[in-house]
Design a protein around this ligand. Structure first.
Ligand code: GUN
Length: 302
């Protein structure tokens, strides 16, 4: 079997066009242009690339993308002050603190990442990291959805790959991908309707025993572990759908968490790396920024 390639780049372009058109109507109706503020602390090369890609994507969609580049020497208090300033700024609708934060501030202490993320106003929390937004998601009455899992739901939906009644195995229990992914797919009503929800979900992680056997039970296998090519062909059930969230640099190659060539021989459909899940994350960030602008408009009007 040679698996169908699920083209995340194409689907992301489609979603970005839809957002651009919604942004144009929103501003035509006399609303302020949606604005995303990204805070980048330090010089991490991968983070610099992400932030530049976000700036470009904002520009193409008619969203204002502002980036605040703070030096490595920034302290926790200085970062919290910046976040509070952006919380108060009515022209800023979405705030994103690029992760990972540098290991140490110039006071010799590391950043308290939890406290930093908690400081972002929940109505501007376009990453959906705040406990308020995580709680709303848990209860099935989400406001913002985390960008990567939401991008995966969009991809499955737009390729007509239903999850309802299927066994989905998510590998990796991060707050950014694994946990919210499992929650979103287990719900009755998803962001793209009931067909791309209602799954029976297994959340596997580093202490899972018999990982291979569990993976082989998956109709849909979602790998978000951050270990290059860890998922081999023998771990995949013939005909399964494989979603690879990993982006790992190995020498001068970018590879996923799935061994692409082996998996392509077994799966019915698979996302490539690059060009699979990655582009969808930014598309859903733009979606959340527009939603944030709409919500703040409503809040200001009432
Ligand atoms: N670093 C890598 N991915 C992400 C993300 O989705 N959001 C933020 N804020 N930082 C990241």
């Amino acid at each position: 079997m040679t698996a169908e390639r699920l083209d995340g780049k194409k689907i992301a372009a489609e979603i970005r066009e839809e957002i651009a058109s919604k942004v144009a109507s929103f501003t035509r109706e006399g609303n302020g242009t949606p604005c995303l503020a990204a805070i980048l602390v330090g010089e991490d090369p991968a983070s610099q690339v992400y932030v530049r890609n976000k700036e470009r994507a904002c520009e193409k969609s008619g969203i204002i993308g502002r980036t605040f580049r703070l030096p490595d020497s920034t302290t926790q208090d200085e970062l919290l002050t910046k976040i509070e300033e952006l919380n108060q700024d009515q022209s800023v609708h979405g705030i994103l603190v690029q992760l990972p934060l540098p290991k140490k501030g110039n006071d010799g202490k590391g950043f308290d990442e939890r406290a930093v993320l908690d400081a972002v106003c929940p109505l501007k929390d376009v990453d959906a990291f705040s406990p308020v937004n995580v709680g709303l998601l848990m209860q099935g009455r989400h406001r913002f959805l985390p960008c990567t899992p939401h991008g995966i739901v969009q991809l499955l939906h737009r390729y007509h790959l239903a999850t309802s009644g299927k066994h989905v195995v998510v590998i990796g229990r991060s707050d950014i991908v694994g946990k919210p992914m499992a929650m979103m797919l287990a719900q009755r009503e998803g962001s793209c309707g009931a067909d791309t929800a209602n799954a029976t979900v297994t959340l596997a992680h580093s202490r899972t025993t018999n990982l291979k056997e569990i993976c082989r039970q998956a109709d849909i296998l979602i790998a978000a572990v951050g270990v290059p090519e860890m998922i081999r062909g023998e771990m995949i059930r013939p005909g399964a759908v494989v979603i690879d969230v990993g982006i790992n640099r190995v020498g001068d190659r970018l590879v996923g968490d799935v061994h692409f060539d082996e998996a392509s021989e077994v799966a019915s459909a698979i996302t490539p790396v690059p060009g699979g899940v990655g582009p969808l994350t930014i598309a859903m960030l733009l979606h959340n920024t527009l939603l944030a602008a709409e919500l703040q408009n409503q809040a200001n009007a009432s």
